[in-house]
Design a protein around this ligand. Structure first.
Ligand SMILES: [Zn+2]
Length: 422
């Protein structure tokens, strides 16, 4: 072995693939398998067999996180310290600039009846028609609240973001996510101050204004004729303030890029100082252009040390209780894994595959069940786990991981670990 010198790779990079809500529970209709197990995702299995697996809970066992919180945790932030509501991330992802005193909201195009009872909280998952509807909502003036500026942007499908700018507003208002059969105007003041009262008033005005503009919009008339639910209101929820995050470059010395369709994840990554790569045809749903996303992610590896690719579709299918949609979306991500593995060498790129959390298709909600994570690199000793699934990950070499472990593990593999002590 004399004279054998090892080539030192100094620029190993990371590709982090996140299938949103991809993990699940055993499903009776699938003979007790999970959607991941039923999908026959053999590229994911190959990735697992070349690396080390484990069980992931963003915030620790027993806590079901939102996708924003899980993404923050994966990127190395402590959500309990930096999380100030969903709205701020949605607004950042939608490209709306915020000041410290502004209030931000996620918005849903939804269907209500004349009594403001929600019939469909996503207006039948309205697609691109929402772009035209959103155009009619620009320069929205609120009666009696003239000193408050409203900035509304459509983002994707039934989703939008809104920022209220003006003085005398308060974040102490509960703004729960819209639910079918609930009221559209279920905003609740959390104190008795004038500012809080005014904020509730402004939100109610916003609802009324969007309803008055949208209810007779030609697009909605046409939807009714076709038997589709009209998107006749925009409901703000998930109130948030402007998030303050230290950039990833300062925390870890790495340049990051994000390939995602949904504004929530784009917003988290943007505020983390990562480059946001927009991909035409990336819709977040089953029709998302997986191939274009994989290509964009591979290209982004050229000038970033870590590239995060996020696919929303499994979570959406889970929230709709759509088992087959979930399996299909997993198979699409499996194709993405294939393209990525075909185009990189594990000598140069460490590839991590994970779900940000589990989403139960039966319960139609996020759960605290651990999600599988597999990391492949030629720097790792494979642990013998040969498939990527919830069940297989029980035997993985990483054991149990939380959000704060992910970045240090990835950086360690690439030879960039932080050292504690002399
Ligand atoms: Zn999620």
């Amino acid at each position: 072995m004399h004279g054998l010198s090892i080539q030192l790779s100094v620029d190993m990079k990371v590709m982090l693939i996140i299938g949103d809500g991809m993990a699940d529970r055993p499903i009776k209709e699938l003979g007790g398998l999970t959607p991941l197990e039923a999908a026959g995702a053999w590229n994911m299995d190959r990735l697992a067999s070349m690396g080390v697996s484990g069980l992931f809970n963003a915030l620790g066992p027993g806590v079901a996180p939102g996708s924003d919180v899980a993404c923050l945790a994966i990127l190395g932030y402590d959500p309990y310290k930096v999380y100030a509501g969903r709205g701020g991330f949605e607004a950042a992802g939608a490209g709306i600039n915020m000041d410290d005193e502004d209030l931000a909201f996620r918005c849903n195009f939804a269907t209500v009846n004349e009594d403001m009872i929600i019939i469909d909280e996503r207006a039948g998952r309205i697609g691109e028609e929402a772009v035209k509807l959103a155009e009619s909502l620009q320069n929205l003036q609120l009666r009696g609240c003239g000193d408050v500026e409203v900035v509304f942007r459509h983002t994707l499908g039934h989703k939008g973001a809104m920022v209220l700018k003006g003085c005398g507003l308060s974040p102490n208002v509960a703004t729960p996510p819209p639910k079918a059969y609930g009221r559209a105007d279920s905003f609740k003041p959390l104190d008795r101050t004038t500012e809080t009262r005014k904020t509730v008033e402004v939100l109610r005005e916003f609802l009324t204004a969007t309803y008055n503009i949208l209810k007779d919009h030609p697009i909605n008339r046409a939807r009714i004729v076709k038997g589709l639910p009209p998107a006749n209101i925009v409901i703000p929820w998930g109130l948030g303030l402007k998030p303050k995050l230290s950039p990833m470059l300062d925390m870890f010395g790495t340049r990051g890029a994000c390939v995602a369709a949904v504004s929530l994840i784009k917003g988290v990554c943007k505020l983390a100082g990562m480059s946001i790569i927009d991909v035409p045809g990336a819709t977040g749903d089953l029709n998302t252009n997986i191939f274009a996303k994989a290509e964009a992610a591979l290209k982004a590896l050229e000038n970033h040390e870590i590239v995060l690719v996020h696919v929303e579709a499994p979570d959406e299918a889970s929230h709709d209780g759509d088992i087959h949609g979930k399996i299909k979306s997993i198979q699409k991500i499996d194709s993405m894994v294939r393209i990525i593995l075909e185009n990189i060498s594990l000598d140069d790129v460490c590839v991590a595959l994970m779900a940000d959390h589990a989403t139960s298709t039966r319960l139609r909600m996020h759960t605290a069940d651990p999600a599988p994570i597999s990391i492949a690199s030629s720097e790792l000793i494979p642990d013998g786990v040969s498939s990527y699934s919830e069940r297989a990950a029980y035997r993985g070499g990483f054991g149990r991981l939380t959000g704060k472990d992910v970045m240090p593990i990835l950086l360690n593999i690439t030879g960039k670990s932080a050292r504690f002590g002399a």
